[in-house]
Design a protein around this ligand. Sequence first.
Ligand SMILES: [Zn+2]
Length: 90
Amino acid sequence: MFENDSSGSALPEREEPVCPECNRLWKVYALATRKSLDAIMTKEAAAQYHDVAGVKILHEKALEATQWWELARKAIRDHVATHAGEKPPS
Ligand SMILES: [Zn+2]
């Protein structure tokens, strides 16, 4: 069981005219998603083989990857918000 389950966290739809920054952020996010899934799956595999030391190390890695993923997700949200807000330059 993981406390860092990512249920019910919907991202805004990817917009049609993709700006370079959106593109970049989505790529980072996709990579972060894969890394965190990899880390969690590797940890689960270690747990199945009762590799206690391995699980401990992999738990840290999974946490790190999840934090990176959260940051990437937040970056997209923040950036997309600047699109929607149409904030005029001060
Ligand atoms: Zn953008």
